[in-house]
Design a protein. Structure first.
Length: 85
């Protein structure tokens, strides 16, 4: 029996201007936001080469991560959801 997706995670949310620079404008579910940020990280080579759990922030991500230049992938979601309405 297939798992039913959690309705709360699938509810469309609106990214603010800071997050929109990374994932684009328009309503999207939280899962799509996280996926979009990972696409951005991979495209720009921002995942730490030695410690894969860490993300090295460029200017856009630094703004998104509250000024931090390095965050863990687990910490990242906490910062992302502050930029969703």
């Amino acid at each position: 029996m297939p798992r039913k997706p959690n309705a709360e995670f699938m509810k469309p949310m609106h990214p603010d201007a800071v997050l929109a620079k990374v994932v684009g404008n328009g309503p999207m579910p939280r899962t799509a936001v996280v996926k979009g940020v990972w696409v951005y990280i991979k495209k720009h080579g921002l995942q730490d080469k030695h410690e894969k759990r860490m993300i090295n922030a460029d200017a856009n991500l630094k703004e998104l991560f509250g000024g931090k230049s390095k965050v863990s992938m687990f910490e990242m979601t906490k910062f992302l959801f502050k930029h969703l309405k």
